[in-house]
Design a protein around this ligand. Sequence first.
Ligand code: NDP
Length: 483
Amino acid sequence: MTLTAQPKASHFIDGAYVEDTAGAEIEVIFPATGAVIARLHEATPAIVEAAIASAERAQKDWAAMRPVERARILSRAVQIIRERNEELSQLETLDTGKPINETRYADATSGADCLEYFAGLAPTVTGETIPLGRDMVYTIREPLGVCVGIGAWNYPTQIACWKSAPALAMGNAMVFKPSETTPLCTLKLAEIYIEAGLPPGLFNVVQGRGAVGASLVTDPRVAKVSLTGSVATGRKVYAAAAEGIRAVTMELGGKSPLIVFDDASVEDAVGAAMLGNFYSTGQICSNGTRVFVQKGIKAKFLERLKARTEAIVIGDPRAEATQMGPLVSRMQAEKVAHYLQVARDEGATLVTGGSMKDGLYVEPTVFADVTDAMTIAREEIFGPVMSVLDFETEDEVLARANGSEEGLAAGVFTADLARAHRMVAGLQAGTTWINAYNLTPVEAPFGGVKRSGVGRENAKAAIEHYSQVKSVYLGLGPVDAPY
Ligand code: NDP
């Protein structure tokens, strides 16, 4: 894998790479070595203007096409992504530091699944006819227009696909701003769309930090904003979108519970807890970072968890054997180091891990005897730090699991399926799992409740968030006016 990933230019607008060196520089760093793999420039106001103007121009013709024609183009993009999976996975690994044996299976491939799903769905979307005796109403599901997508750094390709696939399928255009930390893969997606036959302007990429995102969100030509990011950023973007009464989808952070009852399979529950805390070096929004374990199973659970965690292979994400790479950035490493110290200071029991390693690496860490009041049980860490909390009864754990301001996800492990369904019915979360964790197939709606977000991505639910209903009243007789 080469250690340079310099794209032709920073931005992709109207079907071509565009540069404006007047924008502040962005250094793209391979987290495993600290090497600078690309230098980009932030979008200037002229770049943002070009991106929105070309999207606005292109969207009208795109919306006028038959859905089946739009679907055909998206399906070609699916094929290209699958053919280039290795190249895209290597770039994602350089951009994010995630192991090649994750990116090969979880990133571009899940983006291709998403495009495939929405390509299939697009031609099936119809309105309804509503009989009113003599008259009638029919409805048309119309695109919104120009949509803005803003991404987090943990799943750059997947996030860009989860937003652009339903947007494009429904006849919208999208201007996308990736995270400044991982800006490279989205440019490849833009190239692939053009190669697949997408008309220029329908998927434009502009680079930049928060201020560039903010300028997109407040542009009067923008109809909708979809953000994946932290709750703090979500609050700002939601408020800015509200100024123009723009539609939003907010995919924000969480502090999700994973509840393990005494009767659960220990190996399955341990495996799920590890997946839900250590995959992508713990940098996943829906992670089950509060693992509630019923007292009867605690000793066995911790014993197996410790043994299996200590067997995780940490190392260079380019190596085939590596199961856990570095954190994405120095800032994120400092944040995780801070929480490791706070957990110790507040009296959590360190089961395994607990230390930063060279560079941006951190040991996968488990703390036991964590209480609800401890900082690591309340704040999103976004690193491989699992908190294990004890519980005794179903009612108790349900109340404690819901005692978070966030509500992105939740999981239950038990052999008692009646209890499992009772639990998920009571859990305040947008996405839940029974005897599984962190699986997010495109067929299932994904999103949060409470402060974790607004709207849903994926599945049929996403169609509603990238279209609007027009009612058409059809008068079929004389107008009955009282004047
Ligand atoms: P941030 O909230 O820091 O940033 C998200 C995006 O918003 C970035 O592209 C950022 O730009 C941009 N941004 C920042 N400020 C503004 C602003 N005022 N207006 C418009 N855009 C702005 O999140 P991270 O990138 O640090 O990602 C981690 C967070 O994302 C975690 O909280 C995680 O839980 C959440 N997340 C949620 C997911 C979900 O689906 N629910 C999935 C994945 C992550 P820049 O970074 O360039 O400054």
